[in-house]
Design a protein around this ligand. Structure first.
Ligand SMILES: [Zn+2]
Length: 174
């Protein structure tokens, strides 16, 4: 995965709209990671949704191919194994807490003087309030790909061979 934080271009915005199929609840601020073929794999989104409500998921796993592979891993019961690792491995647990704090800090950079700054302070990766529980593997994986270390995301990368199978979008000739 190429690490390249950048503003979304026109092609990225089209890909985002297509991938989210109308579930676009908030605006995309940046592309936090890209798949090898160039489309956004993770987007950094504004923590306030289009209706003005707090939106705790900040790093969003976007690539449909990656999303479905992580969903598959989730169905396999992997989260239970991760929970056991969190319980028994204090170093892993410490890294996970740090990941939640990094996530909150990233969100705070977008909420300067905003009324939701305190509301969202307690919500870590993907809005999770319990920093020792596994809520959503997609959220942890998105953080790992999107410029921040996440031990659960790293474990997924080490254990499974996750590769993007989303077809490359054709670039427009202007
Ligand atoms: Zn992809």
């Amino acid at each position: 995965m190429e690490k390249n934080t950048s503003l979304p271009n026109k092609l990225d915005l089209d890909f985002i709209t297509q991938s989210l199929r109308g579930k676009q609840k908030t605006k995309t601020l940046k592309v936090a990671a890209r798949c090898p073929s160039g489309h956004p794999s993770v987007i950094q989104v504004v923590p306030v949704d289009n209706d003005g409500k707090p939106f705790p998921t900040t790093l969003w796993l976007l690539c449909p191919s990656l999303v479905s592979q992580i969903t598959h891993i989730e169905y396999s019961g992997f989260a239970k194994e991760v929970s056991e690792i969190i319980e028994s491995d204090s170093e892993f647990k410490t890294k996970l807490h740090q990941a939640h704090l990094d996530y909150i800090l990233l969100r705070e950079t977008m909420l300067e003087n905003h009324k939701y700054k305190d509301t969202l302070k307690t919500k870590g990766v993907a809005g999770s309030e319990n920093f020792s529980a596994v809520k959503c593997l997609h959220g942890h994986f998105a953080q790992q790909l999107g410029q921040q270390n996440n031990p659960i995301g790293k474990l997924i990368q080490d254990r499974f061979s996750i590769e993007c199978k989303t077809p490359t979008i054709q670039t427009e000739q202007n």
